[in-house]
Design a protein around this ligand. Structure first.
Ligand SMILES: [Zn+2]
Length: 208
């Protein structure tokens, strides 16, 4: 890409771009400490500490979806067992309710289908456990969730908010909010813009 455009080029992971977009323009605007989760065909994440995206030494920080939550759990695409992604990605969630996908799951839930309600409860519990680990580690002020699974909205957010206080004994439950992302499918592109701006700013600072 650098050769084609003749410019310095940076790469940012899509979930980290989502996090940056929500930090600069959306649900986490102005936050000093925050965590983002993208729930879709995979589960991605982004951590923000001291107002900045945490990248780690080699860009691998923030893989909230690949925390191991169940040592003998289902195999994840990453090769480990029992990652949050393997327990909460969209097709696993839908399969729990016996439906084809997330839109069908929302319809089933709204019809009062007990399988869909049970699937939402189980999936929300796994997500809450994953988020509780993050909340315990970084004590964020806001946790924001995006991705295709968030078509479910309060169907998942409601039970996640209900489970969290019991899972985060070291953090005051009043100190953080759990909210949907605000930018929808635009988040990735906006986050890439934010990342380019941050990289350019840091380069300028280094030079001055
Ligand atoms: Zn994994």
């Amino acid at each position: 890409v650098a050769e084609a455009v003749g410019r310095h080029t940076e790469i940012v992971n899509d979930a980290r771009a989502f996090g940056l977009a929500e930090l600069h323009f959306g649900a986490a605007r102005g936050a000093v400490c925050a965590a983002g989760l993208v729930l879709g065909t995979g589960v991605g994440g982004a951590l923000i500490v001291d107002g900045r995206l945490v990248t780690g030494r080699t860009g691998g920080a923030g893989e909230i979806g690949h925390q191991i939550l169940q040592a003998n759990g289902p195999v994840c695409r990453c090769g480990n067992h029992g990652c949050l992604e393997a327990l909460a990605r969209s097709d696993v969630f839908a399969a729990r309710a016996g439906v084809a996908g997330v839109p069908e799951l929302v319809s089933a839930f709204e019809r009062g289908d007990p399988r869909a309600q049970a699937a939402a409860e189980v999936t929300a519990h796994w997500i809450a456990i994953g988020l509780a680990n993050v909340i315990t580690l970084i004590n964020p002020e806001v946790v924001f969730l995006g991705g295709g699974v968030m078509l479910c909205g309060e169907i998942l957010l409601g039970p996640i908010r209900r489970f969290l206080p019991g899972l985060t004994p070291f953090v005051d439950p009043e100190s953080y909010r759990v909210v949907p992302g605000q930018l929808g499918p635009l988040a990735g592109a906006l986050g890439a813009v934010a990342w380019a701006w941050e990289c350019a700013r840091d380069t300028a600072r280094t030079k001055s």
